[in-house]
Design a protein around this ligand. Sequence first.
Ligand code: SF4
Length: 277
Amino acid sequence: MEWHDGRKHYDLVYMSRVFTDSYSKDYSGTIHADHIIRGGTGYGLENYLPEEVEHTYPDYALYPKFAGTAYGFLSRGCPRGCGFCIVGDKEGRRTKAVADLAEFWNGEREIKLLDANLLACPDWERLLQQLVQSGAMVDFTQGLDVRLITPEKVEMLNKVKTKMLHFAWDNPEDDLTGYFKRFSELTTVNDYRKRRVYVLTNYNSSHEQDLYRIYTLRDMGFDPYVMVYEKPTAPPVTRKLQRWVNNKWLFRAVLDFNDFDPVGWEKRKKQKEVRNL
Ligand code: SF4
């Protein structure tokens, strides 16, 4: 297997696409092949890999830049059905175990887990145990559901070598402060830089509600990270907010959003770069 080379003819070419047109353009070059198989959400929700392929150990050699990291799903699906999310339609409204860790991990130092809602899986204990036993650094990339935290689950999470925990506070109408506080009481991960929380903006929330979630999370020792729904339609204040919060140096240096002056900051940054030349 190799990366597609436009000068060659192939029996079979696989194309993969995560996002639809609003976020990424489809490949527009010519492909010389007897067959082309297109997969991924960017091409629709009905394309699935054959079972035997789904359960084949990935060919990580295709991505030498990411050597030493394993990627995969232990579970699929999510019961929440958030209006902006395709997981329910794509993977189902129940979380179920789909693989054992050994299917995509074979001693790599790091594991990037792609599960949508692992804590909603009835097999969470067995699957977390596999992560504990791996001894690898685990990045829960897609968000753990803080509403499903229990002392038993946190006890198990505490045993996982954690690169990063991700949570989400997407709906401003949900008051999740109690859940985050409870997690803080139970966890041994006390470094805010490892406790990231996605904050969805530009989707049924006002600027004040965005700010409330950001300040509240910071005050509770979490690291908010602004996600912008349909970015091209986002108001300038939301883009400015994203710039402030997601630039971690800035977010620590400027405590109040009202004091954030992007023009002045750019100017200072340029002056600093000139001084360092
Ligand atoms: S909780 Fe997360 S994965 Fe589940 S539907 Fe909502 S956004 Fe999607």
